[in-house]
Design a protein around this ligand. Structure first.
Ligand SMILES: [Fe+2]
Length: 519
């Protein structure tokens, strides 16, 4: 496993560096004078390793600053410091970027010291970016006593203000774990308190424009500048409810894959990631996002991709497509159906068995615990989350059950509610032992389920210890060797710019005793 991981990291670095190793043209003069600040989208860092981290920015070139030759490469300098006052330079370098990558900049840094903070900024001509703070992961064998992270997801721009990010930026955190729905492709005028900048994106240019709008938010920028992020995607980074090569309109796969390629490219261009779309893949529509991080001996963290490789939703609406609530759907129980795809599932299973860390944290984009509702006509199941892939869930829970330690905590998002749940080998069966714990965070802004429906979800699913969909925010997670504590930090919906977050509820999991209990 160690060899595989090292090989994977080396390959990731080689691919991430590729765009700069073959720059055919001399970049523009370093004395370029800007009329408009090109670093208007802020800075970010992410995917921390024990010896490195990725730095990110993207130049936003205003009309008045465009050169006659718009395909010309642009030179960007980066600087890394050991201190917040920027008096102790550690490293600096130059990269070129150009229009083919939306003038995005990724600096994959290796050879840094483990478990320490760094500060960074970018320069281009006479423009300087804001300063970002980042940190590397502790050495793999370091006896770390603490990991503090913010779990967040679902930030529909139209449906609220990003006060959750303002709050995260002020916290002392090791990282932000964002589990999906960073942008939304669609609009709903009924629930909008601010507007998207255009219609549903279908092209690379339109997805870039959507990210520009989201990334212009000052609180989102502050959250990225304050902490390294670890990112996963869900469906809305491309389109609602997509599964593998199928969208929610049954577009021909070729047509949808071209859109998915545009969406994945735009995603890479706007996030601090080691790897972009796979250049060898058809239409560049594949991109490896799933990953594994270690936080010393305290925790291993898996970040999963629940969209790209999944089987289609079971018993879909033949006219509308997408996800829906189903009853009496025998297809659900087909044994080979997978939400992760065979190869990611195998990789996760092997990694979980191989892990020797104190906690095993499994982050995925949606909810593993059940939310189906008992009705007189049978149990109704939402076919998009793990409920829609019950055999894949059974395999995952069996893997948890077979581990020698009871230290698995799963983390999720997508459903716009705060959930603390017991994970049993056989869901909702009180005679089945609790083998792991689940926390799902509410959305940063996106509207939640009605209390009416949620009441039925609660009464039909005794494994749910806590389920509330009425508030917006994020979840603070504090991992220590003997206890993992969580705090749901929320405000009423919709989140307004003057609102403040408070603690909706706090739970903890004790080492070796799975199941969330009030803290
Ligand atoms: Fe969402």
């Amino acid at each position: 496993m160690q060899i595989n991981r090292r090989q994977w990291q080396r390959q990731a670095l080689a691919l991430a560096l590729l765009p700069w190793l073959h720059s055919p043209v001399q970049p523009q003069d370093v004395s370029r004078r800007w009329k408009t600040q090109p670093f208007a989208l802020g800075v970010a860092s992410g995917s921390p390793r024990a010896d490195g981290v990725v730095l990110w920015t993207r130049l936003l070139i205003d009309e008045g600053d465009r050169q006659s030759n718009t395909s010309e490469p642009v030179l960007v300098r980066w600087e890394l410091f050991a201190d917040e006052a920027l008096r102790q330079p550690v490293r600096q370098g130059e990269v070129t970027t150009d229009a083919s990558r939306g003038h995005s900049v990724h600096v994959p840094l290796q050879g840094l010291e483990p478990g320490r903070e760094y500060w960074y900024r970018f320069n281009c001509g006479d423009a300087t970016s804001r300063v970002g703070r980042t940190r590397t992961a502790p050495a793999v064998d370091a006896p770390v006593q603490r990991l503090r992270l913010a779990l967040a997801s679902c930030q529909h721009y139209e449906q609220g203000q990003y006060i959750a990010h303002r709050d995260m930026a002020e916290q002392s955190l090791d990282l932000v774990l964002f589990v999906g729905d960073y942008i939304y492709e669609s609009s709903n005028a009924r629930y909008a308190i601010r507007q998207h900048n255009g219609p549903e994106p279908m092209t690379l240019a339109a997805y870039r424009s959507r990210y520009e709008q989201y990334k212009s938010d000052p609180w989102l920028q502050a959250s990225h500048a304050a902490h390294p992020w670890v990112l996963m995607w869900d469906d809305h980074e491309v389109v609602n409810d997509y599964a593998n090569d199928r969208d929610n309109r049954y577009s021909p796969p070729e047509v949808f894959l071209a859109r998915r390629a545009a969406a994945y490219q735009a995603y890479f261009e706007h996030q601090p990631l080691w790897l972009g779309p796979d250049p060898g893949s058809h239409q560049r529509a594949s991109m490896r996002l799933h990953d594994r991080l270690s936080w010393g001996t305290l925790a291993d963290l898996w970040t999963l991709d629940c969209r790209q490789y999944r089987d289609y939703q079971a018993c879909p609406d033949p006219l509308k497509g997408g996800a829906r609530v189903v009853t009496h759907c025998p297809e659900l129980d087909q044994p080979e159906r997978s939400i992760l795809g065979q190869s990611q599932e195998r990789w996760l299973t092997e990694g979980l068995r191989d892990s020797r860390s104190r906690w095993r944290l499994v982050a995925q984009s949606t909810q593993i615990s059940p939310t189906s509702i008992a009705t007189p006509l049978g149990r109704t199941t939402f076919n998009d989350a793990w409920d829609g892939y019950p055999q894949a869930r059974r395999r995952l829970l069996e893997t948890f059950a077979d581990l020698p330690e009871r230290n698995v905590v799963t983390l999720g998002g997508d459903v716009h509610m705060n959930v603390a749940a017991k994970l049993r080998a056989s869901p909702n069966d009180e005679s089945s032992p609790v083998i792991a714990s689940e926390f799902v965070t509410t959305s940063v802004t996106s509207r939640g389920l009605s209390e009416n429906i949620l009441g039925m979800v609660r009464s039909s699913n005794p494994d749910l210890v806590h389920a509330r969909s009425d508030e917006r925010g994020y979840t603070l997670i504090d991992v220590q060797p003997e206890v993992l504590r969580t705090e749901f930090r929320t405000t009423a919906h919709p989140a307004g710019s003057q609102d403040k977050l408070s603690v909706q509820a706090a739970y903890q999991v004790l080492m070796g005793r799975p199941g969330p209990i009030p803290a």
